[in-house]
Write a protein that binds this ligand. Structure first.
Ligand code: ADP
Length: 167
């Protein structure tokens, strides 16, 4: 039987960081097709619009290798419930990144609630790579606003967009 395994990696990506790219690169080795779901409404007030967040993501993803055996990657909007989105995409797996213990509480609750709502969708956690453990979109924006050097946290193009957005 040849079943294609679809995974969803959801987030706000405001903006996409090197930590996100790392999770995407690793997640795509685990599934046949990876859908990066971008939250249209983030619940926080985003620095970048939905279109800008998608544009930055797509630019970075187009740089990722398209080797045989690697999952294709698509970017799609998430408008409502994550589990509903996963079902719509035909995904059996939701991928989340775990940085520190501080992520755990929220992720644990979300995975539990999602499992109750949709038992067919499994949440899989990838540990942040050691050099990306401390990177978060929120802190990158804070560092940028305070005039700090954020160049090792985000791709170069994203860094340029950040400078424009805050100036
Ligand atoms: P959200 O608003 O849902 O937290 P984010 O865009 O901040 O969305 O993050 C999406 C996912 O990526 C989350 O699972 C988050 O834990 C994970 N993530 C964010 N930054 C990193 C990082 N530096 N390393 C690994 N995972 C990360």
């Amino acid at each position: 039987m040849n079943v294609s395994r679809v995974g969803v990696y959801p987030g706000s990506f405001d903006p996409v960081t090197n930590g996100h790219i790392d999770i995407i690169s690793r997640a795509r080795t685990l599934v046949d097709r990876l859908i990066v779901g971008v939250a249209v409404n983030t619940g926080k007030s985003p620095l970048f619009s939905y279109d800008e967040r998608v544009e930055m993501l797509e630019a970075e993803l187009s740089d990722l290798e398209d080797a045989a055996g690697l999952a294709s990657i698509d970017v799609r909007p998430i408008n409502g419930l994550l589990v509903a989105f996963a079902k719509e995409c035909g995904a059996g797996v939701v991928v989340r990144g775990l940085r520190a213990v501080s992520d755990f509480d929220y992720e644990f609750q979300m995975a539990g609630m999602n499992a109750r709502m949709e038992p067919d969708v499994e949440t899989v956690f990838l540990m942040a790579s050691e050099r990306h453990t401390f990177i978060s979109s929120r802190l990158v924006k804070e560092v940028a606003l305070l005039g700090g050097d954020f160049s090792s946290f985000v791709p170069e193009r994203v860094g340029r967009r950040l400078i424009r957005a805050i100036s």
